[in-house]
Design a protein around this ligand. Sequence first.
Ligand code: AMP
Ligand code: MG
Length: 310
Amino acid sequence: MNTLINVFSIIIAVLLSGCQQQRLYKDTRVLMGTFVEVISPEKRASKIAFDEMQRLENLLSKYKPDSEVSRLNAKGELKLSPEAFFIIKRSKDISQASGGAFDITVAPLVDLWGFTDRKFKIPQDTEIKETLKLVGSEKIVLNDSNNVVKFSFPGMKIDLGGIAKGYALDCAAKKLKDAGIKSCLINAGGQVYALGDKFGTPWMIGIKDPRRVEPTEFITLENQSTSTSGNYQQFFIKDGVRYAHIIDPKTGFPAKAGLISVTVTAPEGLTADALSTAIFVLGKEKGEALAKNFPQIKLMEVEEKTAKTQ
Ligand code: AMP
Ligand code: MG
């Protein structure tokens, strides 16, 4: 089902209402560069989820110098843990499925535009052209027999910012299930996983325009994840033009395909996360064509032409 909603941007509002005797515990922590909120009838749920997400941040973050990703980026070749190898392999698959719209090798472009150190700048065309030579998932060589990942060109780097949170939510949900927890909602900066239900009914997520008081759309989730990608989270404006953190790997410029945000709901957080990024790059028409290849997902897009501001 494709729904077009006329809002400028999306934030997630979790509805905590319910029977007064049925208590929900809520805990928040900054992890993976965002606020992570855990809501569950079980008090122990938050520690389990936070610990697992912290473990994955330590493994996959490009901002942590000791992470496997940072060490691979520094060396250009590394034997990885099976888990880090798995996520890079899935990233390559999604890159291929999306015709290169999703591509973790955009890291040097993300750096070039200043999104890594937040020193934003518009690069010279020649710099973009040079940097584009380092981009392309086909330039990542994977050796399945020993989990060694090798870049084909010096200077290549990967950035798992478009997929790692979704994967981390899947892992956290698994840890919670293994611990016997049947009901929990994790909201990691708009990337949500709903484990089980809330006192017998599905978790309900309100998606709203932050300039409005009430949510404009509601999604019910049960053992599902939802992810929103947009150009309103990390961006800078120069001479009236908005430059946002999702880069089109074909042009080397921030993606401008006519969408303001894309929300994907899927059984897996990893899929929801990677596809919302890919569809944001592709735009409405190509994005919807990609979504058709994933029958279990639901897609909501907000088009630029419905917005009144940059
Ligand atoms: P998301 O918020 O999940 O859409 O991910 C955006 C983040 O993914 C950015 O901040 C970058 O770290 C990274 N990224 C940017 N462009 C792409 C792209 N085309 N494919 C994959 N990851 C990207
Ligand atoms: Mg994503």
